[in-house]
Design a protein around this ligand. Structure first.
Ligand code: MTE
Ligand code: MO
Length: 396
């Protein structure tokens, strides 16, 4: 391969003449991101009403994601900030024995507090790669993070209030408002089956990375149920409902956060009864170093690092390739800090010959399921794309 200047190389790789399959690696539009979000330098804003922004992979290198690097996914307009002291959480619903109301302070003092690293990934992360295209935010790889959350266990609060025998689902209602301005329209009201709500890691959180949860991330209270689509982790939490049926709030029905129960041809119409609610997210990984587009010298040792996660499960293997998948080798994979945290991985790579290289990473979960190289099963809203992440490196 002819030696290219950095400028030529970037131009070719990013321009229309590049091999089409490589174009997604180069997205020059990212560099032209519209006005950023204060306190979140480097995040790429996909939409500003409602506000949605994702994190470039090289900014997700920390074991615990700093708040400044946590993606933002809003379905509506965040509520006017209320002093946390005036906020109350109501717990009720048809399958709740003793409906109660708690202030934030009462939650803090009545129940044991726990701090956990919990990964949060939007169900639509990776949507931009589906064809036919799915409407919605065209997330690439950055609608994911694993920050530290402090709160009380959802199960302690639910058990304090009492669950009736017929309890099926725990749902949230929130204080954000619809973009249309119509106060009667609910933005989003989802939840999880009782078994997930009762897990030790399911939280009602009031702190993010040791600080009160900031406005964009759901101040002063939010649900956090790691490993499931981010949409189950309700922000600006006003009410918890213990339901005697699968919850039917906004974005629980139709094609919202539901995928065909059995795979369908791309673009197919799917009957409502053939759609299933997304639960645990699939195995996935990111390469967080080097940054895509980096240059290296032949023979130099490259430190390659990233994160891997697998919904409710653990990742048991992480492999990388630098020859377009012809050969693979294992990377060193750390244990999660706690259940439902992502796992860091690292390895060293020495590329002897100059040229254009891609590094591909592929994670495998404890059931032996690996990431696909290509976009997996098409679905109407473009959820669950866990295709392997690829980055480009120029070796001179
Ligand atoms: N009330 C409310 N909760 C919400 C949302 C929302 O729009 N409103 N978005 C959900 C979705 S789709 C995701 S992916 C996560 C994103 O959390 P973050 O913005 O803190 O990263 O919050 C979830 N909780
Ligand atoms: Mo989401």
């Amino acid at each position: 391969m002819a030696q290219l200047s950095r400028r030529q190389w970037l131009c070719r790789a990013g321009g229309a003449l590049a091999v089409p399959a490589l174009a997604p690696l180069w997205t020059p539009a990212r560099a032209q991101a519209v006005a950023g979000i204060p306190g979140k330098p480097g995040l790429v804003v996909l939409n500003d009403r409602p506000l949605n922004a994702e994190t470039p992979a090289h900014l997700l290198d920390d074991a615990t994601t700093p708040t400044s690097r946590l993606f933002v996914r809003n379905n509506g307009i965040p509520p006017e900030m209320t002093a946390a002291a005036d906020w109350t959480l109501e717990v009720g619903g048809e399958s709740c024995v003793n409906p109660q109301r708690f202030s934030v302070q009462e939650l803090r003092t009545t129940f044991p507090q726990v701090s956990l690293d919990l990964q949060l990934e939007c169900g639509g992360n990776g949507r931009s790669e589906f064809r036919p295209r799915a409407r919605g935010n065209q997330w690439t790889t950055g609608a994911v993070g694993c920050p530290n959350w402090t709160g009380v266990r959802l199960r302690d609060v639910l058990q304090y209030c009492g669950l009736k025998d017929d309890a099926v689902y725990v749902a949230y209602e929130s204080a954000d408002t619809h973009v249309s301005g119509d106060a009667a329209k609910q933005v989003i009201s989802r939840g999880v089956p009782v078994h997930k709500a009762l897990e030790a890691e399911s939280l009602i959180a009031f702190e993010l990375n040791g600080e009160p949860i900031p406005e964009l991330h759901g101040a002063p209270l939010r649900m956090v149920c790691g490993g499931w689509p981010g949409s189950v982790s309700g922000k600006w939490l006003r009410r918890l409902l213990v339901r005697n049926q699968v919850h039917d709030g906004a974005k629980m029905l139709g094609s919202s956060y539901r995928v065909p129960c059995r795979s369908v041809a791309p673009g197919a119409a799917v009957a409502d009864e053939d759609m299933c609610i997304i639960e645990s997210m699939p195995v996935k990984s990111l390469i967080t170093a080097p940054q895509s587009g980096s240059q290296a010298r032949a023979g130099e040792i490259l430190k390659v690092r990233g994160q891997a996660w697998a919904g409710d499960l653990q990742v048991t293997r992480l492999q990388i390739s630098h020859d377009f998948g012809a050969t693979w080798r294992d990377a060193e994979l750390a244990r999660p800090r706690n259940r439902l945290a992502w796992q860091q991985w690292q390895t060293e790579l020495r590329i002897e010959q100059p040229g254009y290289y891609e590094i591909w990473a592929r994670a495998t979960d404890e059931l032996g399921r690996s990431q696909p190289m290509l976009v997996p099963g098409w679905n109407p809203k473009g959820y669950l794309n866990n295709a392997a992440h690829r980055i480009a490196v120029a070796v001179s």
